[in-house]
Design a protein around this ligand. Structure first.
Ligand code: ZN
Length: 471
């Protein structure tokens, strides 16, 4: 399981992709969207705002399936649910493509402060962590760099505690800065001799909930039990350490067990004139197991399924095909997306443009694309139809969604519909990620934006620069 590149923040990858694409193929006709399509899109936008099918899909997935950890029995039920939902919504074609990966399981987890100030701590194992029960003194670090700077062996027999505060931002950039604490931290702690790893959750919630997420262990290192603390518990540990040494007991029952085959589930609204050319709108079907995966990413499933359904209900079919992909196992490393891109490596050019909804249910405030300059006029045309939704054209901002990164790296054109993520990390990967946090009007707003984007890209004369990436 190749983790390293996966944990690079999507924004970092996006900027490299953004720089690479702009200059290619600028000698052909500018891509343009016919006025007739623009008129239809204005109407489509208004109909979508009044439509609640997106929220109903989110309600169905989070209620009937609930948490969908990759490789769990719920993973298989979610695949069946998605196939049936696409069919129920009237998609022309529905199929699945297998995705195989090692299976990680969580069985139980707990932690306590031992000694004079004994008390429980709220923790959750990081994905990929081994199980084990350890009792040891904790050593606190204010940053990953401070841990990396600790002397060799200085943590022998101890638990490393990295206490980094994540910044609350609209665009989620605080996550990019903090996520190495989860991805790189355990390996750095092992190098210093630590027998366990604790970290302040990568999150912004004041509630006593801990945020899980995938970690990895560098080649050749013996993995150690690794877990995240709720923010209030991280603060509590910090205060206790000001009073003297602190010993903690961490008991995790979790780990890898065998291999599992899930499915990418795909639904299509077939194009009338160029059916082999596809506009892709995507989400991921899996979720972590602490909440019901309502904002991550049932919202994306509902938004994209409902958007294409509305396009399919138009009097005239779109010229290009609308392909809706519910990717498998995004959470453990874009696994479904990587295997999809490998499977479709010889038809990247037909993936005319792709966008993913995987940032919760917040409203969209910006649109951009890595398409070449000759196609940016068409993106501006799309932005004009989205303007009544409060969405601005933001060239140079954003990047491909997580599951679109493999496709973009293979040369596929991408679009970014940037959502307001100010509250996203209050719920991300923790037990509070439940349906009551999803506002139906926000979902309808997102459905309107995705329906307009996908429809107009399907009607565009000219392309967005997709083509096999030069190796
Ligand atoms: Zn997600």
């Amino acid at each position: 399981m190749r983790f390293a590149p996966i944990l690079l923040s999507s924004t970092l990858i996006a900027s490299t992709l953004l720089a690479g694409r702009a200059s290619a193929n600028d000698d052909t006709e500018p891509t343009r969207i016919p006025d007739s399509a623009i008129a239809i899109a204005h109407d489509l936008r208004e109909r979508a705002l009044a439509d609640d099918s997106g929220w109903k899909i989110v309600e169905s997935l989070t209620t009937e399936i609930g948490p969908r950890l990759p490789g769990s029995e719920a993973d298989a039920r979610a695949v069946e649910w998605a196939k049936a939902k696409f069919a129920e919504l009237g998609y022309d074609k529905v199929w699945t493509e297998p995705v195989t990966f090692p299976k990680w399981e969580r069985r139980s987890e707990s932690a306590q402060v031992l000694g004079a100030h004994a008390q429980p701590l709220v923790v959750t194992a990081l994905g990929g962590s081994p199980g084990g029960t350890i009792e040891a003194e904790i050593v606190r670090f204010e940053s990953l760099e401070a841990l990396q700077a600790a002397p060799e062996g200085s943590l022998s027999g101890k638990i490393a505690f990295v206490d980094v505060h994540m910044e609350r931002t609209r665009d989620g950039s605080g996550y990019g800065k903090a996520s190495p604490v989860r991805g790189r931290g355990p390996s750095e702690a092992i190098r210093k001799g630590a027998i366990g790893y604790l970290m302040r959750s990568i999150g912004t919630s004041p509630n006593r909930v801990a945020n899980t997420g995938i970690t990895r262990f560098d080649e050749g290192l013996a993995p150690i039990p690794s877990a995240a603390l709720s923010l209030p518990d991280a603060d509590q540990l910090g205060r206790l350490l000001q009073r003297g040494p602190v010993r903690v007991r961490l008991a995790l029952d979790c780990g890898w067990s065998g291999e599992y085959t899930s499915q990418n589930v795909i639904g299509e609204i077939t194009g009338s004139e160029r059916p082999e050319e596809m506009v892709v709108i995507a989400s991921h079907l899996d979720s972590w197991d602490l909440g019901t995966g309502a904002i991550d990413d049932a919202s994306g499933v509902g938004i994209t399924m409902a958007a294409a359904r509305l396009i399919g209900q138009l009097p005239e079919r779109p010229k290009r095909t609308i392909r809706v992909i519910a990717f498998a196992n995004e959470e453990q490393g874009l696994i479904g997306a990587r295997q999809y891109t490998e499977r479709h490596a010889n038809e990247i050019a037909n993936h005319v443009i792709a966008a993913e909804s995987d940032f919760g249910s917040g409203r969209i405030y910006g649109i951009s694309s890595g398409a070449p300059e000759r196609a940016q006029g068409a993106i501006r045309q799309i932005a004009e139809v989205l303007a009544p939704l409060g969405i601005e054209h933001m060239p140079g901002k954003g990047g491909p969604g997580p599951d679109i990164i493999p496709l973009a790296q293979a040369g596929g054109a991408w679009a970014w519909l940037g959502q307001d993520g100010t509250q996203y990390f209050d719920l991300h990967h923790n037990a509070d990620d439940t349906l009551d946090k999803v506002d139906p009007a926000d979902i309808a707003h997102n459905v309107a934006a995705y329906a307009v984007f996908a429809y107009l890209a399907a009607q565009a004369e000219g392309d967005f620069g997709s083509g096999a990436a030069t190796p």
